[in-house]
Write a protein that binds this ligand. Sequence first.
Ligand code: NAD
Length: 424
Amino acid sequence: MNERRKSENVLLNTALQDFYGAAEEMGLSENQIAILSNSERRLEVSVPVEMDDGSLRVFKGYRVQHSTALGPSKGGIRYAADLNVDECEALAMLMTWKCSLAGIPYGGGKGGIACNPFSMSKREKERMSRTFAARISPNIGRWSDVPAPDMNTGGQEMVWIMDTISKMRGQIEPAQLTGKPISYWGARGRNEASGLGAATCGLELMKALGKDPAKMRVAIQGFGNVGSFTAKHLSSAGATVVAISDSLATYYSPKGIDVNMAFERLCGRSRKEREGVTLDGCEKLGPSDVLFVDCDFLFPCAVQGVLNRDTAPKVKAKYIVEGANGPITPEGDAILNDAGVLIVPDFLANSGGVISSYFEWAQNLQGFFWTEEEHNERLLRLIRENFKRVWDQSQAKKATMRRAAYVAAIQRVADAVELRGNFL
Ligand code: NAD
């Protein structure tokens, strides 16, 4: 047996142990386990930046490509003060399983710069992004590694990176990055894709359980990109949104919240503007109370780790759809499973974003743009197929949806490794 990797980084260690657990249960060969528990490439670069005051700072940048067994590696670029290469590797590995489960032709990657973007000017961030792009450029490309925005990066950073690498190659290279603004090679539909995907997973679960959406009460934590569009699409499907929240408050109304009003008053508003907001007919509670209100479905769409050893026992919902990445800790997961709560795991529930990125890449390769209707129709088809695959498997094997999703995702990558052999 090959030695099992361990890491002092909690995120990487969890990703590794989760993989080993599933791989051993599935009966993957030792060779497959050895290949898939190691990343193909862990790149560290230095990023010298001339600051506005004339001083020079050198930041550390990373790009990890966990696997390209199924296709180019895909995953975000984040700017965060405490970023390190192990965290990038953990997130890259999770991207491999997410892309595999989504049925799209990608492996997993992740990267970024250890910096505090909030203390930097726009020009400093531009110089940093462009130098980082130049340093990682030998490994970036439409058929090798296709980054996207992540924490504290967005369309502007993607354009700076794409523009730098395009200039170095002497030709425009739009398909090397996704998450670009619609005005510059982006995809129509991307903005709502993650929320539309999460809402669709919830609606598919209702269908599988024979429940009428019009009789379902839902609570949604987080009213940012994912949460607000999840609320919009669930409400359009007839569900009653009884609670929403942001980092400041929960808005609760057992009779149902007017989601359009919530959009107007909360979305795109600064923290200060949101402080005084009220929603007609809603009680205003503490920000975490959304997790514990009386409802059928709970959608945690804010941050990781909110349902844990302390909070999970207080959840009243019978069904949870993980819109955020990792909102439930392993301890919280065990408590909720024991209590019979059915959970749609994050890498299925929030895969709308990466599927939309795949659509952007496909459109960029062709130089041919789709309408938003075409985008959404294709997105819904994939999400529904993926949901059904995981649901059927979990029913057949009497396993949780999380375990069924993990097994399906790992198996597809392992099959590609087997087909391609060890020279990957
Ligand atoms: P966002 O910044 O647009 O919105 C986050 C929301 O959560 C805001 O309403 C914020 O006020 C709220 N919030 C922040 N901290 C909170 C706290 N401690 N308690 C309660 N609410 C809190 O972010 P987003 O893009 O909607 O992403 C949300 C989650 O979904 C993240 O885990 C992200 O990684 C994941 N995700 C996002 C996408 C995407 O396409 N945006 C895709 C996949 C996964």
